[in-house]
Design a protein around this ligand. Structure first.
Ligand SMILES: [Zn+2]
Length: 421
């Protein structure tokens, strides 16, 4: 399906940044409102306790974002009774080497353990878990935001092996790929491209979606960098050197980068193996200590019945699910029809829930709660979904588009919602 080359994500000439703010804030509000209305129990958004300890203003910032969400959701749910205080801020489980994020608990804030350092695993699963966090595996990504997915397997018949390591990997979205939903690519004249133009190379831009691409104007400070080397290309090379697989290779300027996190890969594989298999994600390397799932992973996990034990409102830069089976352990393997069907079915459930989260969140974002600066963008997102009512993938696709504008979800929520009076 051809990319929409417009200035705004949902409008010809709108503000893409404000539209991304509205889309992701609506998704978070919709998730919270539907969870609270459905279960009558709270939802909690966490930050890393280490970070909160180092810089208390960050916790204040999260608390303020959550207060704004809470006020908007409580007003929306008024008819259900008094629901204030159901959207909470907290800290995620503490980090220890080998700590995991799990996709099996009830939604964050309910029965999540304070630390998940030694999950109850099968004998083979425990061996694999130890190998991954001790980095005794052939190849895994260990840079910024590095989590490795794996699947523990308690099956006693048939396939009984655990699966992993499943590192985050980068994929290429091509507009000719029929498995993809309709995607947005900023129009050539959009000022979002400006920061992606390589230092001293007019018109030569880093492809849309690539993490770090917005630093292409900056001269690299790396010691061994050649003269004229820009920061973006250094980041791209470093991330590859530190173990991230770039599936499909380099991108042209007409393609979009997508990153699929280890937890999501683990969920497809766990689902395929059956109910006695559980998806996990382990923090690896020395840069990653936050034991919570990003909002984008959370939407997918919740849609498919594997809600995370802790959620954060940080970044899910250019996040995407898989669109084709991916076997890092055996790249030449031909997927079976059933394996392809698992991807299709889980993605379809995700599309369906994304639309529901967005439509609910857009109702929560009424005139009383939306920031004045974002009213026009909210109306544009509403109009787009109305006009694409027959496209069941439209909601999920807007979330994919919104997170190609790289920012923290708490920052977007701050900009989109009115302060609480
Ligand atoms: Zn994630």
């Amino acid at each position: 399906m051809a990319f929409r080359e417009t200035n705004g994500i949902v409008s010809t000439d709108g503000d893409a940044v404000a539209e991304a703010d509205v889309i992701m804030t609506a998704a978070a509000l919709g998730l919270a409102a539907l969870h609270i209305a459905g279960t009558k129990s709270p939802i909690q958004f966490d930050m890393d306790p280490l970070e909160a300890g180092k810089d208390p203003t960050k916790l204040t910032f999260l608390q303020e974002a959550v207060n704004r969400m809470d006020a908007a959701v409580a007003a929306y749910l008024e008819k259900e009774g008094k629901m204030a205080g159901y959207v909470k801020a907290g800290t995620s489980p503490g980090y220890d080497p080998g700590a995991v994020i799990m996709g099996v608990y009830a939604l964050a804030g309910q029965s999540a353990p304070s630390k998940v350092t030694a999950p109850e695993l099968s004998v083979e699963g425990k061996k694999l878990w130890e190998k991954i966090w001790n980095d005794n595996v052939a190849k895994q990504y260990k840079g910024r935001g590095a989590y490795t997915g794996f699947v523990d397997n308690h099956n006693t018949e048939g396939d009984t092996k655990p699966i992993g390591p499943l590192s985050s990997a980068r994929f290429v979205a091509k507009d000719s790929d029929e498995k993809l939903p309709s995607r947005w690519l900023p129009a050539t004249e959009n000022e979002l491209w400006r920061s992606r133009e390589r230092l001293g190379k007019k018109g030569d831009v880093v492809s849309w979606g690539i993490i770090g691409g917005e630093r292409a104007n900056n001269k690299s400070a790396a010691k061994d960098a050649e003269k004229g080397t820009n920061e973006a290309d250094v980041i791209i090379a470093d991330v590859k050197a530190i173990g991230m697989e770039y599936v499909g290779g380099d991108l042209t300027k007409d393609e979009i980068a997508m990153y699929t996190h280890g937890m999501i890969q683990a969920i497809y594989r766990a689902y395929h193996l059956g109910p006695s298999c559980s998806p996990y994600e382990i923090a690896v390397g020395s840069l990653t200590k936050k034991m919570a799932s990003c909002l984008t992973c959370t939407l997918f996990m919740t849609a498919n019945g594997y809600p995370p034990n802790s959620i954060h409102l940080g970044r899910g830069e250019s996040w995407a699910p898989l669109f084709s089976p991916y076997y890092p352990e055996d790249p030449h393997r031909q997927p079976t029809a059933q394996e392809a069907a698992v991807i299709r079915d889980l993605n379809n459930r995700w599309y369906e829930k994304c639309l529901e989260y967005l439509q609910t969140g857009l109702k929560v974002l009424d005139d009383t709660h939306i920031a004045e600066s974002h009213g026009k963008s909210r109306d544009a997102v509403r109009k787009y979904l109305e006009e694409h009512a027959t496209d069941e993938k439209a909601g999920g696709a807007l979330i994919l588009d919104a997170v190609t504008i790289h920012d923290g979800e708490a920052e977007r929520i701050h900009r989109t919602l009115q302060p609480v009076a």
